[in-house]
Design a protein around this ligand. Structure first.
Ligand SMILES: [Zn+2]
Length: 291
């Protein structure tokens, strides 16, 4: 049995799963991030203990998906945007000491990519990219069924490829014109004053500003997708995250438009699809870190 934990800013979700991804039990409790780091770690323990006790089974390994940059080999959470006080937390060491099993820690976008690779839309392909589009834009690169992490574990930051460096759009990373600053929920908010869900609704009701914003987001995403297609020649690009739920406004136009910018042959062979796993992607991906 393996355990997968999705450490989020508002809740900690955990599953006890078989190596084939069958969930035997799931638990979630509030993260209580504002109570400080110590409390959050106690809550992670709580979730793991509950899962272990529920089936009285031996655990082979624990996988944890956490926000922000992670040093994968050492299992260190470098910093976590939604978890105050989380700087250089040696999560792997802390949990291995307690549970005496291997612990793997990776960022949540990589976990979601792995989940799609093992149990979701990418189950039958070898080379694919996962792109999550919500408040920010993240990604995961699967090559030969394996996650590509890069030299220090920072690969796959699709949101920070620079699309238009004109000094109009500043990104959370400090640069100008990153994909994330042009084509995320944050971008929609900047353009319309509404969050993505409200803008989507407004677009459906004929609001011109909202419609235009979604068109613009799809346009920039199409450019981003074309760049990825040209660089990786993937079999498939899986789009997940909150904005993928607006498939009609985001996914479908991207599928059409990226072909304008991508090289003909790789554009012809790639499939652009919607992520299959919804709420479970984070925990299943964390569990898949153990496989
Ligand atoms: Zn950026």
């Amino acid at each position: 049995m393996i355990i997968g934990i999705d450490l989020g800013g508002t809740k900690i979700a955990g599953v006890l799963a078989t190596p084939s991804g069958k969930i035997l039990m799931d638990v979630h409790i509030p993260t209580e991030a504002n109570q400080g780091k110590k409390r959050v770690i106690e809550n992670i323990h709580k979730v793991i203990d509950t899962l272990i006790k529920s089936h009285k089974v031996k655990i082979k390994a624990i996988g944890i998906g956490a926000p922000g940059p992670i040093l994968y080999e050492k299992g260190i959470v470098v910093e976590a945007p939604n978890l105050p006080g989380w700087e250089k937390v040696h999560l792997k060491d802390i949990l291995e000491k307690e549970y005496k099993v291997p612990v793997f820690v990776d960022n949540d976008a990589n976990c979601a990519a792995l989940a799609e690779a093992w149990f979701g839309a990418g189950k039958f392909v070898k080379h694919f990219l996962y792109m999550t589009v919500s408040t920010g834009i993240g990604g995961g690169i699967i090559i030969d069924k394996k996650l590509y992490r890069g030299a220090i574990g920072a690969a796959g930051e699709f949101g920070h490829m620079i699309i238009d460096s004109k000094k109009t759009y500043i990104c959370a990373c400090g640069n100008y014109g990153c994909l994330e600053s042009l084509a995320s929920g944050t971008a929609i908010k900047k353009m319309t004053g509404m969050d993505a869900i409200a803008a989507h609704l407004a677009a459906h009701q004929g609001d011109k500003k909202a419609k235009k914003a979604l068109e613009e987001v799809a346009h920039y995403l199409a450019i981003g997708v074309a760049n990825l297609v040209n660089i990786f020649n993937p079999e498939m690009i899986v789009i997940g995250g909150g904005l993928s739920n607006m498939w009609q406004h985001i996914g479908l136009p991207v599928k059409k438009e990226f072909k304008k910018y991508a090289l003909t042959l790789p554009a012809k062979s790639v499939k652009i699809v919607r992520a299959k796993l919804k709420g479970d992607a984070g925990v299943l991906g964390a569990a898949a870190l153990c496989l």
